[in-house]
Design a protein around this ligand. Structure first.
Ligand code: HDD
Length: 704
């Protein structure tokens, strides 16, 4: 009979045969064969520091008997595991984040005392989290959704959180509507779907009854909510804030982040397919860029205006559904943000980071925007619920990098060990306890208030359509078509006819032609009456700065080209193209039917970065097909290869082909146009790849 040693630890080197009996040898230690060897591994311990001798087997009454309650090691491990999750954010649960720095290039000393905005050349550490809004933490990266753009500046004077979005306006004017808005957009409560989508009844029902949302609706129906990369989105502080100088004078300010790589979006069909091809598309893209040293960068700009200037605007800038056109108040670039370090741990940093619009520094102050005022309460309250303690500021990602001291004490998870007798202020018993600092401390900039107390919406907030119209009218014709088509798509998912009609009624106030296109796309029998407008709709001068196409940078920098190869491909042609694309600043990935690679015409093997079935062309900005005639015939039988070229064409991408590649296009019934270029014409391909083939769109889909 074997010795009763089944539960005993097997030696790491596997030499001790004594313990290798029964389940121990089979289940317990099979994985050990693959553990790394060498290096200095510290002993595995419990949370109390007790070294473990066995992490594979729980304590059992006999080798095949019950597990014992005595097994405190098992219980500690499982208990901790059971408590691993904290409540996910009610909005903005899905996100990616990175560390970096903000460098000031132009001083705003005339307007503010905030050193982060006055010390040119100083680098302030930041942690930036970019999120979707509606989906849960495990939802895909690419729904049609607004992106949150939250930056924590660890300044010398405390943490400043600029918690914005990639859209400069918001759905509602008053924070009291926020829970309704979010309940409307989230999964419908009786059925639990759709996840992360506005295309459903409750969202559009709420919107159709909320005219102030129309401006933001234009933005979310545009391709702004379908970003190509998180590195290619803009960010906005949305609200007006105030900068306060040493004399106590206040100037209104709006903050804008502009991506160095230019603004770029995908198109709807591409986005839908991306969600299946790679649910982590944006996270992977950001991770790969940062780990490769291609650090994403944004310029920070401000719009500055006085109270008197604001009074002359044809809208109220305290209303978060309004933007200040940059043609009216130009942007001034004041610095840059570079994200150069991926977090070490997703939970500890990206999940536990706690942003609050109420985190600001001396020299920056709030405005009376009623949405902002409500946010000042909501975020702190949310962090208490999410992180479970008022001591969340002690978590490393949230801790200010400047000294901080006060008399707040105790509470759950208190990490600090305050010394001394005194925990109050004023006091006469201590010589070194923290005291208020009148000269350097935060001061609220004075503002005279007068008027009637009450639940009253200012009359200056009544114009809900003029800027919606401004946005729509400022777009190129391609972008207008995308907005109209997005509205048709979304409203087609709405079951209630009266909601569809109500929305078209609103669109009639934005632009009659747009309303007609959407009504046509929905096949409405008759045109609904225009919605009531509480204020006359103004015709504002178009603002080209609101476009995407106009702002797309003609570049391959930060983009990626996919080259499809197969057995028999011309390796020289592939390498020459690779070299040219890399020189233009883009990344290159080779796709082949098998990930191990393909046997080239010269007999050499070229390895692949992706398998064709799992690497569709949607993940690339432009593609090339370099295959032999036999290769083309073989690929013609693969739907993944046909989809590869058809989608690249349908998504308006440049395609480089050799003779075999052209053959595959023929099989896919892709006729070709100016964006389909011979692989030898590298200059032609690079120039086509730097943009989209907009002229092709009418050929490949019917837009509203
Ligand atoms: Fe909010 C999170 C941006 C209005 C209440 N919001 C959150 C985040 C961003 C924004 C980027 C994620 C922060 C992170 O990465 O952790 N929110 C905005 C913008 C708004 C806005 C730009 C309008 C201009 N939010 C808004 C209102 C309320 C909230 C009016 C409530 C009255 N937002 C929250 C929240 C969240 C949040 C529930 C969820 C998680 C969190 O705060 O930390 O408190």
């Amino acid at each position: 009979m074997k010795k009763a040693t089944a539960g005993r630890k097997v030696e790491r080197d596997g030499a001790n045969a004594e313990g290798r009996v029964g389940g121990d040898a089979l289940a317990g230690n099979a994985g050990e064969l693959h553990q790394t060897t060498g290096g200095e591994h510290p002993p595995l311990t419990t949370n109390q520091g007790l070294p473990l001798s066995d992490n594979q087997n729980s304590l059992r009454g006999s080798p095949r008997g019950p597990t014992l309650l005595e097994d405190f090691i098992l219980r500690e491990k499982i208990t901790h595991f059971d408590h691993e999750r904290i409540p996910e954010r009610i909005v903005h649960a899905r996100a990616s984040a990175a560390h970096g720095f903000f460098e000031l290039t132009r001083s705003l000393a005339k307007y503010t005392t905030a050193t982060v905005l006055t010390e040119v050349g100083a680098k302030t550490p930041v942690f930036t989290r970019i999120s979707t809004v509606a989906g849960g933490a495990g939802s895909v990266d690419t729904p049609r959704d607004v992106r949150g753009f939250a930056v924590k500046f660890y300044t010398k004077e405390g943490n400043w959180d600029l918690v914005g979005n990639n859209v400069p306006v918001f759905f509602i004017q008053d924070a009291i509507k926020f829970p309704d808005l979010i309940h409307a957009v989230k999964m419908e409560p009786d059925r639990g779907f759709p996840q992360s989508a506005t295309a459903h009844d409750t969202f559009w029902d709420f919107i159709s009854l909320t005219p102030e949302a129309m401006h933001m609706v234009m933005w979310i129906m545009s391709d702004r909510t379908l970003p190509r990369s998180l590195r290619m989105i803009e960010g906005f502080g949305v609200h007006s804030f105030r900068l306060v100088n040493a004399a106590g004078d206040a100037t209104f300010v709006k903050f804008h982040w502009r991506p160095k790589l230019g603004l770029q979006s995908t198109i709807w069909d591409e986005t839908v397919k991306l969600a299946g091809a790679d649910p982590d598309y944006h996270r992977r893209d950001l991770f790969e860029a940062i780990t490769a040293g291609n650090f994403p960068e944004w310029e920070l700009s401000v719009q500055l205006f006085t109270k008197e200037e604001a009074e002359a605007f044809p809208f109220d800038h305290l209303d978060a559904t309004k933007l200040v056109p940059e043609e009216l108040v130009p942007l001034q670039v004041i610095g840059r943000m570079v994200l150069d370090r991926w977090p070490d741990n997703f939970f500890a940093e990206t999940e536990q980071v706690a942003y609050c619009p109420s985190h600001l520094v001396p020299g920056i102050d709030f405005s009376n925007d009623p949405l902002l005022q409500g946010r000042l309460f909501s975020y702190l309250d949310t962090q208490l619920s999410r992180l479970g303690t008022a001591n969340f500021h002690q978590i490393p990602i949230n801790r200010p990098k400047c000294p901080f001291a006060n008399h707040q004490r105790d509470g759950h998870m208190q990490i600090a060990v305050p010394r001394g007798r005194v925990a109050y202020e004023p006091n006469s018993l201590s010589t070194d306890s923290p005291r208020e600092a009148p000269s350097q401390g935060f001061r609220t900039a004075p503002l005279k208030e007068s008027g009637e107390k009450g639940r009253i919406r200012a009359e200056s907030f009544a114009d809900h359509y003029s800027q919606a119209r401004l946005f729509y009218m400022s777009q190129t014709s391609h972008e207008q078509a995308h907005i109209a088509s997005a509205l048709v798509f979304e409203l087609s998912k709405v079951e209630h006819l009266h909601v569809r009609e109500a929305m078209v009624g609103h669109l009639r106030r934005v632009d009659e032609a747009l309303a007609k296109r959407v009504a046509g796309g929905l096949a409405l029998e008759k045109m609904p009456a225009p919605a009531h407008a509480a204020a006359p709709v103004q015709n504002m001068a178009p603002s080209p700065a609101l476009q995407i196409i106009g702002k797309m940078k003609v570049t391959l920098e930060g983009r990626c080209v996919g080259i499809l190869i197969a057995d028999g491909s011309d390796g020289e042609a592939v390498n020459a193209l690779k070299k040219a694309v890399l020189a233009a600043g883009a990344d290159v990935k080779v796709v082949a039917p098998k990930v191990g690679g393909a046997k080239l015409a010269d007999g050499a093997t070229m390895s692949a970065d992706g398998q064709l079935a799992g690497t569709p062309s949607v993940v690339f900005d432009a593609v090339a097909v370099i295959v032999s005639e036999a290769g083309a015939h073989a690929l013609a039988k693969e739907s993944a290869a046909i989809d590869f070229v058809r989608d690249a064409f349908g998504h308006l991408k440049a395609i480089a082909v050799d003779a075999g590649g052209r053959l595959l296009l023929e099989h896919a019934r892709v006729e070709g146009d100016a964006g389909v270029v011979d692989v030898g014409d590298r200059k032609g391909f690079l120039s086509a790849a730097k943009t989209r083939q907009w002229a092709r769109e009418a050929q490949v889909r019917t837009l509203a």
